[in-house]
Design a protein around this ligand. Structure first.
Ligand code: NAP
Ligand code: F7E
Length: 330
C-alpha cells in the first residue's frame, strides 16, 4: 500500500486530502503540532484512519522523526500560517513557518533519504497570493511573481526553494500554485466562510449584520475537494513540475455576498453589511484569475464545482450547523 505524510492535517486541505488518500488505499500519517492540539478530536473524528505524529515545521528534527515513523512515498507539505491579514501583524513567525518551514521539510527529506533523492515525492502548497499585484491577466505558471503580503513573500520563498531542490538534487518536488479554494471546512477568518456563517445566522435571527472590508477585491474561487485531487495527480506524474490550479473565473466579494444572501431568500442585503476599515489590508490583492490549462491538459484535472454551487453548498451547510446550535441552546 502506498504511504503518505501530510503536514497541515488539521487544516481544510489536510482533511480533504486525507479522505482522498485513504479512499485510494494509502496508509496516511498526519503531522500535527502541539502536545494538546485543540483540533486533534476533529481529525480523529473526520479521518479516523489517519496516524497522527506530533511535529512542527519550524523544528527540523520533528519533521525527520515524522518521516522515520511514516516511511512515506509521498510528503504533502500543507502546513503554513495561511491567513494573509495575520501575516502583517506576525510577519516573522509567518516567514519562519510558511517560508523557512518549507526549507526544513526539504532538508529533512534529504537527511531521510541521502542517496535516493526521488525516494519520497514532495508536494509544496504554493499560492496565487504570490501573484499579488498581478503582472498578467490571467495568471499562469509563467507570470512574474509580485507578492503583496508577508504571507505571499514567504510562499514565494517556499516555491523557489522547492524548484531549487528539484533542480539541485533531482528531487521529485512539485509546487501547486493553488488559487483560493473554499468549503464548509474553511476557517471562519476567511471571507467566504465569514460570510456564509453570518448569512446563516442572520437568516435564523441569531445575528443582526456583518462587518467587512473591501468588497471589490476579486478572487478565483474553487472547491477544496477538487483541489486536493490536483495535488495527488501532480505526485503521480513521472516528472515533477509546477501547476496553476484554478477555475479560470473571477468574482468579487460583493458577488459572493449577493449569491449567499439570495440562498436564504434575502434580496435586499445592503443594510445588513457594514464597512469596517480594520478588515482592509496595508496592500490589497485586487484581482486574481488563473489559467489552469497546463494542469487540465497534463494532469487531466478539471474543477467540478462552479461558483454558484460553491456558495450554495457553503450556505446550506452553515444554515444546518447554526440550526443545530440553536436546538442545542434550547
Ligand atoms: P489552513 O486550514 O489554515 O491549515 C493550515 C495548517 O497548517 C493547519 O493544519 C495548521 O495546524 C498547520 N500549521 C500551522 N503552523 C504550523 C507549524 N508551525 N508546523 C506545522 N503545521 C502548522 O490552510 P488550508 O486552507 O488547508 O491550506 C493548506 C495549504 O495550502 C497552506 O499551506 C496554505 O497556505 C496553502 N494554500 C491555501 C489556499 C486556500 O485557498 N485554501 C490557496 C493556496 C495555498 P494548526 O491546526 O495546529 O494551526
Ligand atoms: O480574503 C477581502 C480581503 O482572507 C479574500 C488564503 O487561503 O487565499 C486565501 O487568502 C479577500 C481579500 O483570502 C474581509 O481583503 C473583505 O481581498 O478570504 P481571504 P485571501 O487573502 O485571498 C490565498 C490563495 C491563500 O493562499 C491564503 O492562504 O476578501 N475581505 N472583507 C476580507 N477578508 C477577510 N478575511 N475578512 C473580511 O472581513
Amino acid at each position: 500500500m502506498p504511504r503518505a505524510l501530510i503536514s497541515g492535517i488539521t487544516g481544510q486541505d489536510g482533511l480533504y486530502l486525507a479522505e482522498l488518500l485513504l479512499a485510494k488505499g494509502y496508509v496516511v500519517y498526519g503531522l500535527m503540532r502541539g502536545q494538546n492540539n485543540p483540533k486533534r478530536e476533529l481529525v480523529e473524528q473526520t479521518v479516523p484512519g489517519v496516524h497522527l505524529v506530533t511535529g512542527d515545521l519550524t523544528d527540523i528534527s520533528s519533521i525527520l522523526r515524522a518521516l522515520e515513523a511514516s516511511q512515506p512515498d509521498e510528503f504533502y507539505n500543507l502546513g503554513a500560517i495561511s491567513f494573509v491579514a495575520y501575516s502583517w501583524e506576525n510577519a516573522r513567525i509567518t516567514s519562519d513557518v510558511t517560508g523557512l518551514g518549507v526549507l526544513n521539510a526539504l532538508e529533512a527529506l534529504r537527511l531521510f533519504s541521502p542517496t535516493d533523492p526521488k525516494r519520497v515525492r514532495f508536494y509544496q502548497a504554493s499560492s496565487s497570493e504570490m501573484f499579488g499585484k498581478v503582472q498578467t491577466v490571467p495568471q499562469t505558471e509563467e507570470t512574474l511573481l509580485w507578492p503583496r503580503s508577508p504571507y505571499g513573500v514567504a510562499k514565494v520563498y517556499g516555491h523557489y526553494m522547492t524548484i531549487n531542490y528539484r533542480e539541485s538534487y533531482g528531487m521529485h518536488a512539485s509546487s501547486g500554485i493553488l488559487f483560493n479554494h473554499e468549503s464548509p471546512r474553511r476557517g471562519p477568518e476567511f471571507v467566504t466562510r465569514k460570510i456564509t456563517q453570518a448569512v446563516a445566522r442572520i437568516s435564523l435571527g441569531m445575528q443582526d449584520g456583518i462587518m467587512l472590508g473591501n468588497l471589490e477585491a476579486r478572487r478565483d474561487w474553487g472547491f477544496a475537494g477538487d483541489y486536493v485531487e490536483a495535488m495527488w495527480r501532480m505526485l503521480q506524474m513521472d516528472e515533477a513540475d509546477d501547476y496553476v490550479i484554478s477555475t479560470n473565473e473571477t468574482h468579487s466579494i460583493r458577488e459572493f455576498l449577493e449569491l449567499a444572501f439570495s440562498e436564504v431568500g434575502i434580496d435586499d442585503w445592503s443594510h445588513l453589511v457594514s464597512f469596517d476599515p480594520s478588515f482592509t489590508r496595508p496592500a490589497e490583492v485586487d484581482l486574481l484569475i488563473g489559467d489552469s490549462t497546463k494542469a487540465q491538459s497534463r494532469l487531466g484535472w478539471a474543477p467540478t464545482v462552479d461558483f454558484p454551487t460553491l456558495v450554495s453548498l457553503m450556505v446550506k451547510h452553515d444554515v444546518e450547523e447554526q440550526e443545530r446550535l440553536l436546538v442545542r441552546a434550547g
